[in-house]
Design a protein around this ligand. Sequence first.
Ligand code: ASP
Ligand code: MG
Length: 468
Amino acid sequence: MSVVVMKFGGTSVEDPAAIERTAGIVAGRVAAGKQPVVVVSAMSKVTDQLLRAADEASKGHRNEAIEISTQLRERHKTTAAALVKNNTAEIHAFIDEHFNSLDEILRGLAVILELTPRISDLIVSFGERLSSRIITSAFAERGLNAAHVDAREVIITDSQYQKATPLDAPIEKRAEEKLRPLLNAGQLPVMGGFIASNEAGITTTLGRGGSDFTGALVGGALNADEIEIWTDVNGIMTTDPRICPDALRVKVISFEEAAELAYFGAKVLHPATILPAVKKNIPVAVLNSRNPSNEGTRIISLAPHCKSPFKSIAVKKRLSIIDVVASRMLMTHGYMKDIFTIFDKHQCPVDMVSTSEVSVSLTVDSNEKLPLIAADLSELADVKYEGRKALICLVGEDIRGHNGMAAAVFNAIRHINVRMISQGASEINMSFMIDEDDAEEAIRSLHATFFKDPDPAIFDVDARKAAL
Ligand code: ASP
Ligand code: MG
């Protein structure tokens, strides 16, 4: 039988109706003869609220912290009550025990007044521990042979709290010990994403948004046949549909393309998190739990050939350009190093760089450190910086095979002033900087040019036809 890891994000389990829909989606896979392993996030916003409770407690605001915890207790109890009608005592006892323990931690924190990364991980872990347990009972009542698994017994990491690194070998071993026997017995394991533990059994987490990562780790460890990431959008689009209402769903995209898009602002999923799946050649699908019949986007290691050069156009706004101009650069080396040392000192990532003999232009996220960075840079050279810039990034594996791509791109936006251009660093992306106010117009012109006659093998052209 084919094993499918199904990961559901916070909005897919946010309330009883969402969990009901999720149960239906999982039941559909079972009916199709598949063996799901389900990974769930905390119910939406719960992680944020737990972090807020921890923050309040660490400032000595005990009552505020307990108040947040009490609201969360209510939300989990109402959700459980709406979904679970049999053995209700058991699930409510589980919820109460967990919140009693959370309250105890928060009270202790309000005395100690020091929130360590380790305690922070312990506190946020309640979100996934609770959601996964409630969902297991909800699934069981809907005829699914669900078995709850504490993710911390499977996902083993180092001790870098708040962003721990998973350890492949122990995870594989635990997956064989804890998950495989359930699958062999025809059961359906349900576990939380994001949470893990180190080899000593102390709770860790994989970092915010880490549930996708858990899904890929479990899929990789079990050598699953596929991984499904269920969110609340129809997968990856040719561009932001709020800017271009005729944006198309991309049916299939390569891992590298998805990675470029994520870096430049597409928010569907962070491809680094699915690396464990890509390494083992396990296809990953991004799907919409509110529209489960939609095929979503498949992310695979090698993209099929596409007739159009680009798969998607991303935009990243709120950027600044910093121009560094100095005659000293002439014939010297080590100059770039000095410049980058300053960005490093301020822990400011640089997006794009362009150089000439005497000047360097760099782009960064607009941030409050810019004046400080500029002050440091002005020791080396003349510095100017300007905000309200946008980066437009076109991504596609087939850029490399096409002549005249740059001409076609800049012809499409010939009415717009381009400040910086970058191509070639990655063979599959072409990007440039313009004023933020021109961004939407540029995207519309590019989209109209490059997605006029989209390849039906790659893009969902039926949806566009249906809308006409
Ligand atoms: N619940 C965690 C978060 O909100 C992990 C996740 O949802 O992926 O960051
Ligand atoms: Mg998420």
